[in-house]
Design a protein around this ligand. Structure first.
Ligand SMILES: Nc1ncnc2c1ncn2[C@@H]1O[C@H](COP(=O)(O)OP(=O)(O)OP(=O)(O)O)[C@@H](O)[C@H]1O
Length: 237
């Protein structure tokens, strides 16, 4: 089995004539957690979308578990074990919490069913208390937990979280960070995009910072903390 879960090489992506990604190289290894950071508009979401088939890169290569995947559609990449939790959530508001979870259930690519209904509810007890509620009745934090729970129900090998704690109260954000740690320790490779660089680097093996569609930094959280001038320049903190 390939050790590399996701890879981009020399990736160029555009929206119309706007050139957003300028030759990005990016790798996520099996079981690894990588933080993807950068100021607003630097191309983080575009890179994620280019990896999972929501944006079609114009140049470069994308590989998912060693298979060429540039130009593949999002649901084909999802079937290869890549779950994506977009910014702003994506639950079915007119279905109950229970239905949202059960509809997403499927075994992983190798038949694994480690993440089943009961385990997801144990991981997100708050969601378990709202099973009969409609998705739209949940608070922002509960919706975010449900969205991550739905992604886990697909037994992914890769989980991509785009701004999972955005706009949430600190206490709820802390709960989400705790669960991301549990998920990561379960062996799922993870890409984390979040403005909270401290929380990101506490969890990740490696971090990538984008500046204007290019990789400006790649390294451990320790290496980043040792260079506060980079934090100021690239993240504005
Ligand atoms: N659908 C789109 N059409 C045109 N331009 C877009 C589109 N989506 C994003 N952009 C532009 O592409 C650039 C990169 O956006 P992207 O969302 O990838 O940045 P980001 O680093 O994820 O930032 P943010 O944290 O603000 O989401 C920005 O200039 C943005 O305005």
């Amino acid at each position: 089995m390939p050790e590399i879960a996701l890879q981009a090489r020399g990736l160029h992506s555009y929206y119309g004539s706007s050139h957003i990604l300028h030759g990005i190289d990016f790798t996520l290894n099996r079981g690894e957690a990588v933080g993807l950071m950068g100021r607003n508009g630097m191309g983080k979401s575009t890179l994620l979308k280019s990896l999972i088939g929501l944006v079609s890169p114009r140049e470069g290569a994308v590989e998912v578990f060693g298979r060429p995947a540039r130009g593949m559609r999002i649901h084909d990449i999802a079937r290869m074990g890549v779950a994506y939790v977009p910014e702003g959530r994506g639950i079915f508001g007119n279905l109950s919490v229970r239905e949202n979870l059960l509809l997403a259930a499927r075994p992983g690519v190798d038949g694994r069913r480690e993440w089943h209904y009961d385990r997801v509810l144990q991981t997100f007890p708050r969601v378990g208390e709202r099973l009969a509620h409609g998705g739209q009745q949940l608070s922002g934090g509960e919706q975010q937990m449900l969205t991550i729970g739905r992604a886990l129900m697909t037994n992914p090998q890769v989980l991509i979280l785009d701004e999972a704690t955005e706009g949430l109260a600190p206490l709820i954000a802390r709960e989400i960070w705790h669960t991301i740690r549990v998920i990561r320790e379960s062996g799922i490779a993870t890409i984390l995009v979040d403005k909270n660089w401290k929380a990101v680097t506490d969890l990740t093996d490696r971090n990538v910072i984008l500046v204007k569609g290019r990789v400006a930094f790649e390294g451990t959280g320790e290496a980043l903390r040792a260079q506060p001038e980079l934090l100021a320049e690239y993240l504005g903190v």
